[in-house]
Design a protein around this ligand. Structure first.
Ligand code: NAP
Length: 333
């Protein structure tokens, strides 16, 4: 089969499309014919050896994807050949390939009517943001949610989920054109961090109170601004560090601001609680099939363009999500 292989931990330019052996599913596993895989910020980190789990090259890249079950190993009862599935596999990755073999517990059914290529980049972004907003911060209807890095994969998912959960959403980012798209996708207000003072503008928009929940996948100065623009009794979600700087939280600000600073380790959650992950993902897919959630695909690339697709992420040229589409996937579209 054809697969996108990371040949060295030197960044996206080390990616090559090569022949790679397909694997027969063992007990509890399924083999899936991949239609498309989602391109994530984490893939960038993996290709440069900066991800928390360091893999030894050569290996197949890709944490998530969608496709059709080809065959099932012993003991698999939830799936059968021909089922349409969405998969996410933080351990083994390997979704940028014609086929992936993985534990059945890492897959969920895709409801009829949802195109597999269109949903391939859904699990990591929408799973992370839902886990953060609902499970970790308990965002409530009527609250104000500030989403930083709002044009990115997890950011835009948080904007859409925030609206779905009944919050008023303030979206922030550093690019006016991308912010216009985020507003068109549902944000109530946008703040451009390059032209406006971030914390002050959020306070102004909330009548001086600040946001009830601040969602931060950027880190660095953005995190400090989030601490200063979150309301008393508010929650600051630590989601990631796309800006490259891991900040520290001054304890006096947490104390006097009455803040909860809450980590959202979605990868760990999916590994520790695969059944809860599958339930959550199925419920979110149900929202997609009812038209209540619409993931945004930025661009589609062939496997041979994997380097370009990842470089676009590094260059901050993506709104929502890029996907890599296999030959089977192109036949679907
Ligand atoms: N907690 C978890 O389990 C979990 C799960 C998935 C991802 N993450 C983490 O969340 C972060 C964001 O992931 P993502 O998939 O949303 O990434 P992404 O699609 O690349 O989006 C990142 C956003 O951050 C903003 N940003 C600000 N400064 C930046 C900088 N110096 N470099 C790059 N982006 C910058 C960009 O918005 P503007 O260009 O508009 O400013 C960009 O849209 C990453 O650190 C990722 O590892 C964590």
């Amino acid at each position: 089969m054809k697969a996108v292989i990371c040949t060295a931990l030197t960044g996206p330019r080390s990616l090559k499309v090569m022949d790679w052996p397909s694997r027969t599913p063992g007990p509890g596993e399924i083999r899936v014919a991949i239609f498309a895989g989602g391109v994530n910020f984490g893939d960038l980190l993996v290709t440069s050896g900066k991800y928390q789990v360091r893999l030894d090259p050569p290996f197949v890249l890709g944490t998530e994807g969608a496709g059709i079950v080809m065959d099932c190993g012993e003991g698999v009862i939830r799936f059968k050949a021909g089922d349409r599935v969405l998969v996410q596999n933080n351990d083994v990755r390997a979704c940028f390939a014609d086929e992936v073999t993985l534990p059945a517990i890492r897959a969920v059914h895709v409801p009829a009517g949802i195109p597999l290529t269109g949903i391939a980049g859904f699990p990591l972004n929408f799973g992370t943001s839902y886990y953060a907003l609902k499970h970790r911060a308990n965002l409530l209807p009527g609250e104000v949610l500030a989403v930083h890095g709002a044009s990115g994969g997890v950011g835009l998912a948080a904007v859409k989920l925030g609206k779905m959960l009944g919050a008023t959403v303030i979206a922030t980012g550093g690019d006016g054109e991308k912010l216009r798209m985020v507003k068109a996708e549902g944000a109530d207000f946008v703040v451009n961090t390059n032209t406006e003072p971030l914390a002050e503008r959020i306070r102004e928009l909330t009548g001086g109170r600040g946001a009830d929940v601040s969602f931060d996948p950027v880190g660095g100065d953005v995190f400090n601004a989030a601490l200063r623009s979150t309301a008393i009794d508010g929650r600051v979600l630590v989601v990631g560090f796309a800006g490259g700087h891991i900040p520290s939280a001054p304890a006096n600000k947490i104390l006097f601001g009455g803040l909860s600073v809450v980590g959202a380790p979605y990868g760990g959650f999916t590994q520790r609680h695969p059944e809860r992950w599958a339930q959550m993902m199925s419920a979110l897919l149900d929202k997609v099939s009812r038209g209540e959630l619409t993931p945004l695909i930025s661009q589609r690339f062939e496997f041979e363009q994997a380097t370009v697709a990842l470089e676009r992420v590094a260059q901050r040229k993506v709104v929502g999500k890029n996907i890599l589409v296999s030959e089977r996937g192109y036949a679907e579209t």
